[in-house]
Design a protein around this ligand. Structure first.
Ligand SMILES: [Zn+2]
Length: 113
């Protein structure tokens, strides 16, 4: 697990919490493109370390598996999700390309208090 990738996601969550004037982040919702137990455990452990003394300390990490994720280079770099291996861009109808597998997770949204 690349610590910097987790840090970037955490920073995104912290920025959003600050912009909402939150006292703390209660829940971090993540979309998992790699749903292996090892990846999830590594993300949780890294987040645990990075979030101490931040608004995200003790935030609950909630994950959900994502369908395959595609990107369309034909129209606008639109990212979309599909269970169909021949994924068609919902915007222009061209076939999308799979997003590289090294993208393992993304921040979906946060809950704050
Ligand atoms: Zn398109």
């Amino acid at each position: 697990m690349d610590v910097e990738v987790v840090r970037a996601m955490l920073n995104q969550a912290l920025a959003e919490a600050r912009s909402r004037g939150a006292n703390r982040i209660t829940e971090l919702h993540l979309v998992m493109y790699d749903s292996s137990q090892e990846t999830e455990a590594a993300i949780r452990k890294t987040l645990d370390e990075l979030s101490s003394n931040t608004l995200a300390e003790n935030a609950q990490v909630i994950t959900r598996p994502a369908p395959s994720r595609f990107i369309c280079w034909n129209c606008c770099g639109l990212r979309f999700e599909s269970d169909d291996p021949q994924a068609v861009c919902p915007n222009c109808g061209q076939a999308g390309l799979l997003v590289p597998a090294d993208v393992t997770f993304a921040l979906d949204h946060i809950e704050v208090a």
